[in-house]
Design a protein. Structure first.
Ligand code: FAD
Length: 325
């Protein structure tokens, strides 16, 4: 397998050259124990929409209590979806599209982050979404690894340094300058930990000033929130591309689970219509129609790319994208 048979491009170059709005996807690594073919089966279907890039999420090791043969429960570390880096390299080789690994601060010492970035550079992966990561199940708030980064901005700075040829070992001379295009996360409805929307926006601006090249947003169901966010970003001097992250609702139960998991609002109109649905098919159809409408409005507003969270449900997503274009 050779992964460098096509011209590698930064996300920012792809967006700058695009004559029309692009469509991209976020996929999850397979559950541990499943073959990568299960992910290929999903991507095979997504290729119909010619995505110039595909994001692959990163899943930190977490803890679970397991019943041991001794009869006692023990806390054991598990990583349910490993393989982000390898998956990205194989996606690039198999599909000739850019793969964007998500890299998180949680669980990494700064030296380990540097090693991961060197590995990505060797693999020809030059687009990375730099994230902090969330708290683990049994922690109330995010706890950085001892000797690890506290905020995403710290990883952005590290990547920016490597792009300038500055590594953690200050005695390295003429070190190779990496060429990372750095994506960061943005929150149209504010990140849940931020004390105010304005402060969160300023933290986002700081990430961009530190070297962030583009923004991908948390999902949202009300375009007004996204369009206001873009306007507010521009007003405080954020000039980089802002890519909306979108996902269709697929069932009534998500009216509760999505706001509590992602700290976002579901518009009253969508909630009321969903409550009226009598069958799972009707719920899914409503979610698709809402997402198609949302996407069409965003297209009209001139967004550079529509970035869909697949969350494993590629059939529904296919129906959305076919409905938009
Ligand atoms: P940060 O930018 O570090 O911000 C975290 C919080 O700290 C914010 O409230 C911010 O306002 C605040 N803050 C920042 N700087 C400062 C400062 N100097 N002082 C005080 N407060 C500050 N998680 C995963 O584990 N794996 C994934 O693959 C993944 N993919 C994602 C993709 C997207 C598009 C998005 C939007 C999120 C994703 N996440 C993922 C979730 C993300 O890790 C969480 O939302 C996390 O809680 C915050 O990450 P961040 O990079 O936005 O953090």
């Amino acid at each position: 397998m050779c992964i460098n048979t096509y011209k590698l491009m930064k996300i920012t170059e792809i967006l700058a050259k695009a004559k029309e709005t692009k469509v991209s996807f976020e996929v999850l690594p397979p559950l541990k124990g499943k073959s990568i073919q299960s992910l290929y089966n999903i991507i095979d279907q997504l290729m119909e929409f010619k995505p110039p890039f595909i994001d692959v999420t990163y899943h930190r090791e977490d803890f679970e209590y397991k019943l041991m043969p001794s009869g006692y429960y023990e806390k054991v570390a598990i990583r349910k979806r490993p393989g982000t880096v390898g998956i990205c390299a194989s996606i690039m080789g198999k599909y000739n599209v850019e793969a964007v690994p998500h890299l998180i601060c949680g669980g990494f010492k700064v030296e380990e982050t540097e090693n991961a970035l060197i590995e990505l550079a060797y693999l020809g992966v030059q687009n990375v979404l730099a994230l902090r990561g969330d708290a683990r199940k049994f922690e109330k708030t995010f706890v950085p690894e001892p000797g690890g980064h506290k905020y995403a901005i710290d990883m952005v700075k590290q990547m920016h340094d490597m792009n300038e040829g500055r590594y953690l070992d200050s005695d390295l001379h003429d070190a190779y300058k990496t060429n990372f295009c750095i994506g960061v996360a943005g929150y149209p409805e504010k990140h849940f930990e931020a004390t105010s929307y304005r402060k969160d926006l300023q933290h986002l601006k700081n990430k961009i000033d530190a070297g962030g090249d583009y923004i991908v947003t948390q999902m949202f169901f009300d375009n007004k929130a996204f369009l206001k966010f873009v306007k507010d970003c521009r007003e405080i001097g954020i000039q980089v591309p802002i890519i909306p992250g979108i996902k269709p609702l697929t069932k009534k139960s998500q009216l509760k689970t999505i706001p509590s998991t992602f700290y976002i609002d579901i518009p009253d109109e969508l909630e009321n219509e969903m409550e009226k649905c009598k069958t799972p098919e009707a719920e899914k159809q409503l979610g698709i129609e809402w997402c198609v409408q949302q996407s069409k409005e965003l297209l009209k507003a001139g967004v550079p790319c529509l970035h869909y969270y697949t969350m494993g449900d590629v059939k529904t997503l296919g129906n959305v994208v076919r409905g938009v274009f």
